[in-house]
Design a protein around this ligand. Sequence first.
Ligand SMILES: Cc1cc2nc3c(=O)[nH]c(=O)nc-3n(C[C@H](O)[C@H](O)[C@H](O)COP(=O)(O)O)c2cc1C
Length: 197
Amino acid sequence: MSSTLDSNACKLLFTEARTANLFLDKSVEPNLLREIYDLMKWGPTSMNCCPARIVFLTTPKAKARLIPSAFDGNVARINSAPVVAIIGQDMEFFQYIPHLYPHAPENKKVFEDNEFAAEATAFRNSTIQGAYFIFAARALGLDCGPMSGFDNARVDKEFFGGTHVKSNFLCTIGYADSAAAFPRGPRFAFEDVCQVL
Ligand SMILES: Cc1cc2nc3c(=O)[nH]c(=O)nc-3n(C[C@H](O)[C@H](O)[C@H](O)COP(=O)(O)O)c2cc1C
């Protein structure tokens, strides 16, 4: 087995992958949602706390519940996507630390006693899990359109009422209409933003 990805895989994941704006009228096989999760779940989180919780909206009826929370500029994208994932974060993730991090179950208490640490940890780790989500989906041949342009409190009320889960960001999934992509934005060069000390 090769120990590095070949250049085609790197193109698929990074250099030629683009953020999806609008999508082709092509459905996403339901089993791919499980495959995305079964890849992304292996990405590392602090204390293996795994705070991300995901709701997949796969029908027009389910997406219609999201539309009133979306900023105007994101409505067309949501409507054209076969699937929209709500990447959420369980603010009580630490309840599962004894199960997920069995060699230090007492670490649950670190977060029980420190709301600031719990919030920062939930946000940081659900965000990187959201990034794992995007790259898992790309690895499976899908395109993603992540979005933070929405009313989080409204989404939380609509989809996470009565739970300890809060929304982090949205991610459309499907097969992009490449003609609708925005022009590729530049990136910083290594020298601009990296230091090697
Ligand atoms: C966390 C996150 C939130 C974003 N929110 C929005 C959004 O609300 N609306 C939108 O049109 N694009 C949104 N984007 C898309 C970015 O503008 C896009 O990924 C970036 O410009 C890079 O585009 P490229 O992958 O095509 O190079 C978001 C991207 C990320 C990662």
